[in-house]
Write a protein that binds this ligand. Structure first.
Ligand code: MN
Length: 262
């Protein structure tokens, strides 16, 4: 029976976590290791400078007073150390993780951490801002995970899935990351003692019209978006340009580039 590790960034009590757990429960031996409180936008942080507490709430159901990446790390390197999971799933996030969101998202980061540790992983997010109904997203998660487990999970898989929240999706599309903005709002207020404070992260969402992008699939075509990700951030197209710069006073060495990054 395959082992499936489940985490999220909305916390152990989130409806989306329960929905994802329910979706994959018939497909294997499911372990939940999730943050004890909301960790949205925690990104890929690991808690190196303080101890972590792991709390067993039920059999195969644990909370961690840490980040989503801490959960993936502890789940894979500690709880399931003797028999690593065949797949990690993260979510279902309460809100989109499209385009540049993936660099902030704790949901995606938990999947990234699993992927770095050699466990194929899928992040699921529900693109909605109110009336969160996880049923369609959960149904797709079950179909996709079943297919992956039956068809063979590709090694190093890191897949970012976004499901439209307004009714039954028409189908799915395999996409690239798009471009999205939150409007760069900074709201300045004063606290009761007169000192200024700030709220960042606006609410005026806009996205660019990029053919084949995750944003277009979800917002324009109402399709479920599947974006394969990888963690090599090297911009290969710019290697020659940067190599051509002289930097006065320093000798440049030619590195031996491998034919292709692994
Ligand atoms: Mn979240």
């Amino acid at each position: 029976m395959p082992r499936i590790l489940v985490s999220n960034d909305d916390g152990i009590h989130a409806d989306g976590l329960a929905a994802l757990h329910e979706a994959v429960r018939p497909l294997g031996e499911v372990w939940v290791v999730a943050p004890d409180r909301e960790q949205s936008a925690a990104s890929h942080a690991l808690s190196f400078a303080r101890p972590l507490r792991l709390k067993k709430l039920e059999p195969r159901w644990y909370s961690v007073d840490g980040t989503p990446s801490d959960c993936a790390y502890l789940g894979i390197n500690h709880l399931l150390k003797d028999s690593p999971p065949d797949l990690m799933v993260s979510g279902i996030n309460r809100g989109a993780n499209l385009a540049d969101d993936v660099t902030y998202s704790g949901t995606v980061a938990a999947a990234m951490e699993a992927s770095l540790l050699g466990i194929p992983s899928v992040a699921f997010s529900l693109v909605s801002r109110r009336d969160f109904d996880y049923r369609h997203a959960a149904r797709f998660a079950r179909a996709l995970v079943r297919q992956l487990l039956e068809g063979g999970v590709p090694p190093k898989l890191l897949l970012n899935v976004n499901v439209p929240g307004d009714g039954k999706p028409k189908g799915y599309a395999v996409t690239r990351l798009g471009k999205r903005s939150y409007g760069n709002d900074v709201v300045e207020r004063s606290d009761p003692r007169g000192a200024r404070y700030y709220w960042i992260g606006g609410s005026t969402f806009t996205h660019q019209d990029i053919p084949g992008s995750d944003c277009n699939a979800v917002f324009r075509d109402r399709l479920i978006s599947l974006t394969p990700l990888h963690l090599d951030l090297t911009e290969y197209a710019r290697l020659d340009e940067v190599s051509a710069w002289p930097i006065r006073g320093y000798r440049k060495f030619a590195p031996k580039f491998a034919a292709k990054a692994g």
